[in-house]
Design a protein around this ligand. Structure first.
Ligand code: APR
Ligand code: ZN
Ligand code: ZN
Length: 361
């Protein structure tokens, strides 16, 4: 038995339940969570903005210690510290072979269909194959990446989603270059990590746009050179004024809404990159005119999991953190117990704080 936050139907609060984990399969690993970040994608699954088979245990930004491994597991042993990888790529499909494991053909289905847990005899699905809103979870071997034992679990957890997504968006997806101009729209855990990634890559102008004062202040502390209030009527003009009147070389949208994707597109310079990092609703349509797509010559790029190869990028990011090149501690604005996860989701919906981290005793 393990305590977990269960989502039974969308739009209702999570309930803390004692669930039964399945026996550890040959290719599976049991992990005792030490820290789990609350990501907007969890909120979107809880509200129904993103679909997921239910009932389910959300949480996909976690780190902990391996407690048991299946008979065929070779990459980790009990006692190893790990970060959960919510795209457990197969290593064998066309995308994996091409070096794009974040687009793995099989990761999504394999993660959700693997034996996981039940509640009162009803099968539960592990959100994104992670189910990290729980004291213990059962995941595929490919869903864990071992890390050095000295790394703080709270920081490691954030590397599991927000940091890798944001840092990777700047470094892997857009390939920001020294001297580039960047705008980041939406400065939660993901957007702030884009700010940090852009600075690391050498961007000299980083404009952070958010509707809340505290997020803009945090973005400035983490390296944004300018901030713009997202509630202003003239956001686009302000960003253009800060980017040579042309718009930015790279504009990142880290919210997941059509209106802000449009804003990101408009504040991208001709020939620049508009990068969609936020995960929006399937029915939230974005419009582009046939002429502007041609004439503006912008690249409109989707970014999944920071285009990361987590086996390469988790250690890389942790190394930069250890060297002081990335400040990941400041991303954590609150720590809570699992029992208060609904409060954390409500705060996120209200735009309060950057990352809340669930810490387990
Ligand atoms: N303009 C500017 N900023 C906005 C706007 C707006 N119109 N609306 C919301 N924001 C800001 C919020 O104030 C908040 O700071 O966007 C930020 C979103 O941050 P979080 O809710 O913390 O979300 P995060 O976990 O960072 O995820 C962002 O990336 O992975 C995806 O599913 C995730 O779509 C989500 C996005
Ligand atoms: Zn996430
Ligand atoms: Zn694959």
């Amino acid at each position: 038995m393990t305590r977990a936050a269960v989502l039974t139907s969308t739009g209702t609060p999570l309930t803390i339940e004692e669930i039964d984990l399945a026996p550890t399969g040959a290719d599976q690993v049991r992990v005792r969570l030490h820290a789990t970040g609350v990501c907007h994608s969890d909120l979107s699954i809880v509200t129904g903005a993103l679909g997921h088979p239910l009932p389910a245990v959300p949480g996909h930004e976690g780190a902990g210690v391996v407690t048991e491994v299946g008979a065929g597991v070779t990459s980790v042993r009990p006692g190893d510290h790990v970060i959960l990888n919510w795209t457990p790529s197969c290593g064998a499909c066309w995308f994996c072979a091409k070096g794009e494991p974040y687009l793995c053909d099989r990761a999504g289905a394999d993660a959700v269909n693997a034996p996981y847990a039940s509640l009162g005899g009803t099968r539960l699905t592990p959100v994104l194959g992670s189910a990290a809103f729980a004291e213990e979870t059962l995941v595929l071997e490919r869903a864990v990446v071992p890390i050095p034992a000295g790394v703080a679990f709270e920081v490691a957890a954030l590397v599991g989603c927000a940091v890798t997504t944001g840092f990777g968006a700047a470094v892997n997806t857009a390939r920001v270059q020294p001297g580039d101009t960047v705008v980041v729209i939406g400065c939660g855990g993901v957007g702030l990590s884009i700010v940090e990634g852009a600075k690391y890559a050498g961007a000299t102008t980083v404009v952070a746009v958010d509707v809340t004062d505290d997020k803009r202040a945090l973005a400035a502390d983490l390296g944004a050179t300018h901030t713009v209030d997202g509630t202003a009527a003239d956001v686009e003009r302000q960003v253009r004024d800060l980017t040579g009147g042309r718009g930015a070389d790279h504009a990142f949208e880290a919210i997941g809404r059509s209106a802000t994707i449009r804003t990101a597109y408009r504040v991208t310079r001709r020939g620049g990159n508009t990068v969609v990092v936020g995960a929006g609703r399937h029915d939230d349509l974005v419009s582009f005119s046939a002429l502007e797509l041609f004439f503006q010559a912008r690249s409109l790029i989707g970014c999944v999991y920071g285009s990361a190869d987590v086996a390469r990028d988790f250690p890389k990011i942790l190394g930069l953190y250890a060297d002081g090149a990335l400040d990941l501690d400041r991303l954590i604005t609150k720590r809570i117990a699992l029992d208060h996860v609904n409060d954390a989701l409500a705060a996120m919906a209200a735009g309060e704080g950057a990352r809340t981290v669930i810490v387990f005793e």
